[in-house]
Design a protein around this ligand. Structure first.
Ligand code: BDR
Ligand code: CA
Length: 313
C-alpha cells in the first residue's frame, strides 16, 4: 500500500448527472489536490444512459475527456427508477445543450469498476457518491471486502434533523434506492460520512452570482457550464438560488473540516409512508454532518467557477 500521493487524493466519483452533479464534476476538476481515477454513473435524477452521456459531455466540456466514465446500474436494487426531471429537466442538465463527447465508451460497468479499483488499490481510494447508492451496494454484494479496501466514503444523502426534499421524510438520493442506502450504511466502512439536507440546503449558488457570471464574456469553461445548467433554475423556475448538494460532498472529501458531525448508526426505512427516511438508531460508526462552514465552501465554489470577486458576493 502506498502512502505517497503524487497526483493528489485518488477518488472515484459516483454520479447521476444531474445539474448539481455537473457542478460537482466542475468543482472536482478544479481541485489540484484531487486525482479523479474514475467516474461511475447510476440511474437517479435521470436514466443511466442519459446520466452517462451527461457525465461524459460535462467532462469533455471541462477539458477532462481523459477521465474514464463507467455506466452503472440501470435501476435501483429492487424497485423501478423514480427520477427527478422536475428539478433537472428532461435532459437532466436543465437544457445545457453541451457538445457530444468524442471519447470511446468505457465498457466495464460501474459496480465492477468500483470492485476492480478497490482491489487494485486497497486502502487508497475515497469514493464520493452523489446519486442513489445502487452501484456501491452492488459492489458490496459481490465483494464485501470493498468495505475494507475503500477506506473512506463521502455520500450526499439523507435528511437527518430536517424535512426531506422529495417527501416530507426523505431526501432524493436515499428515497431513490432505500435498500441500497441501508446496505451501504450497514457496511463496515472505516470512515463513512453522510452529508444530508441538514448541511447541503445551507449552501447555494445565488442568483446574483449566477447573473454576474452570465454577463461576463471571459468566463472559464466551469463558469460557462454553471451558466448553462443554471438557466432552468434561475430563469425558467425563478429560483433565488441553486442548491450545491453534490459539490459539497466533493469539497468535504478534500477538506473534512468544512463540516461538523455526530457519529451514529443509520437505518433507512424501506417501506410505508416514511419510505427513504434516514433514521439515527443510536451511537455508531457513521458520521452525519450537522454543521457547515458555508462561506468557506462557497468561496471555494466561486473560485472553481471563476466568479470575479468572491468577497463581494
Ligand atoms: C440530491 O438529489 C439529486 O436530485 C441531486 O443531484 C442531489 O444529489 C439532493 O437531494
Ligand atoms: Ca446527484
Amino acid at each position: 500500500m502506498t502512502t505517497q500521493r503524487p497526483n493528489g487524493l485518488p477518488v472515484i466519483l459516483d454520479v447521476d448527472t444531474g445539474i448539481d452533479d455537473a457542478l460537482a464534476l466542475a468543482y472536482a476538476v478544479a481541485q489540484p489536490g484531487l486525482d479523479i481515477v474514475a467516474v461511475t454513473t447510476v440511474a437517479g435524477n435521470i436514466d443511466v444512459y442519459r446520466a452517462t452521456g451527461n457525465t461524459r459531455n460535462v467532462l469533455a466540456f471541462l477539458g477532462r475527456e481523459d477521465v474514464p466514465v463507467h455506466r452503472g446500474a440501470t435501476r435501483p436494487l429492487t424497485r423501478a427508477q423514480r427520477g427527478a426531471s422536475h428539478v433537472h429537466g428532461t435532459d437532466g442538465l436543465g437544457g445545457a445543450d453541451l457538445p457530444e463527447s468524442q471519447r470511446a465508451i468505457d465498457v466495464t460497468p460501474g459496480p465492477a469498476t468500483i470492485v476492480r479499483l478497490a482491489r487494485e488499490r486497497p486502502g487508497e481510494l475515497t469514493l464520493i457518491a452523489v446519486g442513489p447508492l445502487t452501484n456501491l451496494a452492488i459492489a458490496l454484494n459481490v465483494e464485501p471486502r470493498v468495505a475494507e479496501w475503500i477506506p473512506r466514503v463521502v455520500v450526499m444523502g439523507g435528511a437527518y434533523h430536517v424535512p426531506g426534499n422529495i417527501t416530507p421524510h426523505a431526501e432524493f438520493n436515499v428515497w431513490a434506492d432505500p435498500e441500497a442506502a441501508d446496505q451501504v450504511c450497514a457496511a463496515p466502512f472505516g470512515d463513512l460520512m453522510m452529508l444530508g439536507l441538514d448541511v447541503t440546503m445551507q449552501v447555494g449558488l445565488s442568483r446574483e452570482v449566477w447573473a454576474d457570471l452570465q454577463q461576463r464574456t471571459d468566463r472559464p469553461a466551469a463558469g460557462e457550464l454553471a451558466v448553462r445548467v443554471g438557466r432552468q433554475t434561475f430563469v425558467d423556475a425563478g429560483m433565488p438560488q441553486m442548491y450545491l448538494h453534490d459539490p459539497l460532498a466533493v469539497a468535504v472529501a478534500v477538506d473534512p473540516t468544512l463540516v461538523t458531525s455526530e457519529t451514529v448508526r443509520i437505518s433507512v426505512t424501506t417501506s410505508g409512508e416514511e419510505d427513504g427516511r434516514t433514521v439515527s438508531v443510536g451511537p455508531g460508526p457513521t458520521q452525519v454532518a450537522r454543521g457547515v462552514d458555508a462561506d468557506r465552501f462557497l468561496a471555494g465554489v466561486h473560485r472553481a467557477l471563476g466568479v470575479r470577486d468572491v468577497t463581494a458576493q
